[in-house]
Design a binder for this molecule. Structure first.
Ligand SMILES: Nc1ncnc2c1ncn2[C@@H]1O[C@H](COP(=O)(O)OP(=O)(O)OP(=O)(O)O)[C@@H](O)[C@H]1O
Length: 349
């Protein structure tokens, strides 16, 4: 695997289209710890870009630099057509930021939070009320508008946070781990909100540890590791970078499983083993896997071989590599944090 891989994509990866965010050689250190060691980015307007990386990889640092909250030690960046160093005010006027450093004030109501934001953007009073009501409605917060934000659920707070960000009509939105800690229903509703933002022409820069989130939403994904971008491309392109495709055979009869495993060993084909640190569910104990690229030709030859060896599995499924495989391969096998898994219901291999 090359140390850095840049792939091109037809979807959202065209360098000829105007860039919402572009950066060359961004660097940032804290003391002698280099957090960003020369990051290049090109994010076309109207696309969703996901910055993926393990804990402490520098995702939030990148967002803070690009949203002018902190300055880089080196490199250049343009956001919404404005130079970050020369014109940070213009950058601030064009962007919205939500995430780990939420702007929601829990002591006041959702509506008051929105009106405060409208004041900050110098909207006339009537216009501010109109925009606040419209956004509260759009984010399904009208019923809770008069309640203190501290009483909101995690999903409601995130929705309010995004609604507040939209008061100023930003063209680019930075979402730092937008769904961390949300239950599956709230996560899906946040994904829908993000998709609608993009349909409305907004560019979304999101950081996430959820591989499925990047897979679902992003036109392009960059994997940050060791201060550098280890690979960049569409989800499909990244998946093609790593081995992991296989045909999985599952048996219900332990004797059939044993004889199939013996036949596979004789044929020098590796059989199923749990991923390091992984579980082995009951049905996995009677499963075998055969490396395969999933092509018709390979499948035919595997089926021919199974017939010839007299192996009859109860179930045969074809697996292509997923973003988990990419993440593990590119980030030095760093396990996602417990409780923040990529795809918890996925097949454990
Ligand atoms: N103000 C600071 N002073 C010193 N070190 C810092 C500061 N901010 C961040 N760091 C360090 O920089 C590294 C990157 O932090 P950052 O928050 O950007 O990572 P991250 O990829 O967003 O991680 P996470 O997924 O855990 O939020 C970490 O080692 C962190 O401890």
């Amino acid at each position: 695997m090359p140390s850095s891989v840049m792939l091109t994509s037809n979807r959202g990866g065209d360098h000829a289209s105007p860039a919402a965010v572009s950066a060359v050689g961004l660097r940032k250190s804290y003391g002698d710890r280099t957090v960003l060691d020369g990051i290049d980015l090109h994010i076309p307007a109207g696309s969703v870009f996901a910055l993926l990386g393990p804990n402490g990889a520098g995702k939030t640092t990148a967002v803070k630099i690009l949203s002018t909250l902190i300055t880089a030690d080196g490199g250049q960046a343009r956001v919404a057509g404005h130079d970050l160093a020369a014109d940070p005010q213009a950058v601030r006027a064009a962007i919205g930021v939500t995430g780990q450093f939420s702007a929601v004030d829990g002591l006041i109501t959702g509506e008051e939070n929105m009106l405060l934001m409208a004041d900050l953007h110098h909207l006339p009073r009537r216009e501010g009320r109109r925009v606040a009501a419209e956004l509260l409605e759009r984010f399904d917060l009208t019923d809770a508008a008069k309640k203190p934000a501290a009483t909101y659920s995690g999903g409601m707070k995130r929705r309010l946070d995004i609604a507040m960000t939209l008061v100023g009509g930003p063209r680019i939105i930075f979402l730092d781990e937008p769904t961390t800690g949300l239950d599956p229903r709230s996560r899906h509703s946040m994904w829908q909100i993000i998709r609608e933002l993009v349909t409305g022409g907004v560019t979304v820069f999101l950081t996430t540890q959820y591989l499925e989130e990047a897979d679902q939403l992003a036109d392009r994904i960059a994997v940050l590791d060791g201060g550098r971008i280890a690979a960049e491309g569409s989800a499909e392109e990244l998946k093609r970078l790593v081995p992991g495709g296989h045909v999985r055979l599952r048996f219900t009869d332990p004797a059939a499983h044993r004889s199939a495993a013996a036949a596979l060993r004789e044929a020098a084909l590796p059989h199923a083993r749990p991923r390091p640190g992984g579980r082995t569910p009951a049905d996995e104990a009677l499963a075998l896997r055969i490396p395969s690229d999933g092509s018709q030709r390979e499948l035919r030859s595997i089926l021919d071989w199974l017939d010839a060896a007299g192996i009859e599995a109860d179930e045969l499924t074809v697996h292509t590599p997923d973003l988990d495989d990419v993440f593990f391969a590119l980030t030095g096998g760093t396990d996602p944090q417990p409780g923040r898994p990529g795809r918890p219901e996925e097949d454990v291999r």
